[in-house]
Design a protein around this ligand. Structure first.
Ligand code: GDP
Length: 323
């Protein structure tokens, strides 16, 4: 796996969330509508499993609407869960959020029992933007780079509705390889943690299969969707490099530059509305990832047994912290 990230302050954030959850009525999990399962933090679901959850598929303006509908149906079928789509063009998202939270925790409301909501999400999912819209201020910091830790803030939406913000948080171990690539493509992971070309090739592999016409149109490739789908990923990246003038000289293409272009175009929504996973696909990726992970853990345990005799517990995957 080429993607290695360092979830800065993860332990602190985890502790803060575990503490806060005790006095929380509903957890809002902000997801990226283009990668709804990959952008869900598995550690978060463990920490908050005792509370009803509102899954907000954010940036829905960038996502494939038919697939967003599939994901909403998928999440809405889960117990104690509601799911809604949202994007920054909505000037009054509060109404929708407040209504969904009251549906999930109908016994809360009024000054004696205010609704206490914890809002979580991975870096760059649009949490600051949403909070700024909700509060009508520019207090929360927004930006394109993967997020920095903020202290927990309480936002009073109405007299009896409190929103607790948490820092954008990633998790230390990728079980689903595709999730790592999709997170990197979306901009959730700092760029030093992955290889641009590898991520761009994975992205193109998905796009050429599911959205070939969008690729042809965006890069003005003089090919049919069928031709694009049949191309090797490397050849497609090279064709894009040539079209965009990413040339090193003597006819050699600059694949690094072309990779950056592909990722930039995706993040900016320039291919049109794209979603990188369906519920069925993700279920398959997860099953395969879990199997691989189990095999990996067994190998580690076996190595531990050989080295340490009786103490054969699997090595822990110790999370690294960047700061
Ligand atoms: P945070 O790290 O979760 O707080 O994310 P930010 O609020 O800083 O947003 C990250 C980037 O996504 C910024 O460039 C925002 O302008 C952009 N963004 C946020 N919400 C949306 C949305 O609904 N649609 C689109 N297209 N972009 C958004």
């Amino acid at each position: 796996m080429a993607i290695q990230w360092f979830p800065g302050h993860m332990h602190l954030t985890q502790k803060a969330i575990a503490e806060r959850v005790k006095d929380t009525d509903v957890v809002i999990e902000l997801l990226d509508a283009r990668l709804p399962a990959s952008s869900a933090n598995p550690m978060l679901s463990q920490l908050t499993s005792s509370r009803p959850t509102l899954k907000v598929l954010n940036k829905q303006d960038l996502a494939d609407p038919a697939r967003t509908a599939q994901w909403l149906a998928h999440f809405n079928a889960q117990p104690a869960t509601r799911a809604i789509g949202l994007d920054a063009s909505q000037s009054t998202p509060a109404q929708q959020l407040v209504k969904a939270c009251h549906e999930l925790a109908p016994n809360r409301g009024g000054l004696a029992k205010p609704m206490r909501v914890l809002i979580c999400g991975i870096p760059n999912v649009g949490k600051s933007t949403l909070i700024n819209t909700l509060t009508g201020s520019k207090k929360a910091k927004t930006g394109d780079e993967a997020g920095i830790t903020k202290l927990e803030q309480r936002i009073t939406l109405t007299d009896d509705f409190y929103l607790y913000d948490t820092p954008g948080m990633l998790w230390p171990r990728i079980i689903v390889a595709k999730s790592g690539y999709n997170l990197a493509a979306s901009g959730a992971i700092g760029r030093n943690a992955f290889d641009d070309e590898e991520v761009a090739l994975e992205l193109l592999a998905y796009l050429k299969t599911h959205y070939p016409a969008a690729v042809a149109t965006r890069f003005k490739l003089d090919m049919t969707a069928h031709d694009i789908a049949a191309m090797k990923d490397e050849d497609l990246l090279e064709a894009i490099a040539r079209k965009r003038g990413a040339i090193l000289g003597k006819g050699r293409v600059n694949l690094q530059k072309a990779s950056e272009i592909v990722m930039h175009e995706f993040r900016a929504g320039n291919f049109g509305r794209i979603t990188l996973e369906t519920p069925e696909e993700f279920a398959q990726w997860l099953a395969a990832g879990q199997q691989l992970d189990a095999e990996r853990q067994m190998k580690k345990a076996a190595r531990g047994n050989k080295r340490g005799g009786a103490g054969g517990a699997p090595e822990a995957d110790v999370p690294s912290e960047s700061s």
